[in-house]
Design a protein around this ligand. Structure first.
Ligand SMILES: [Ca+2]
Length: 82
């Protein structure tokens, strides 16, 4: 597994983790599609079901329908490093 997250600065890592905690309302350690939709709303992005589904597909690399902490970290790191 690639470890892009380690390439971020400590500040960026802290931002990613606090973002995850804020979105994971039920503290399950996994983000559902609904929670991803809430995140889009927080970011001021369109949060239609289609948009949310597409984002889920992009982040959910093991395809179990949830975004784990690791999956979230990797996708956010990709975003920061681009
Ligand atoms: Ca997953």
């Amino acid at each position: 597994m690639s470890n892009l997250f380690d390439k971020l600065t400590p500040e960026q890592q802290a931002a990613v983790d606090s973002c995850f905690k804020r979105i994971d309302i039920d503290r399950s350690g996994q983000l559902t599609e609904e929670e991803l939709g809430n995140m889009l709303k927080l970011l001021g992005e369109p949060s239609t079901p289609e948009h949310t589904k597409r984002l889920m597909k992009e982040i959910d690399t093991n395809g179990d329908g949830r975004v784990s902490w690791l999956e979230f970290r990797e996708s956010m790191a990709k975003y920061f490093l681009n």
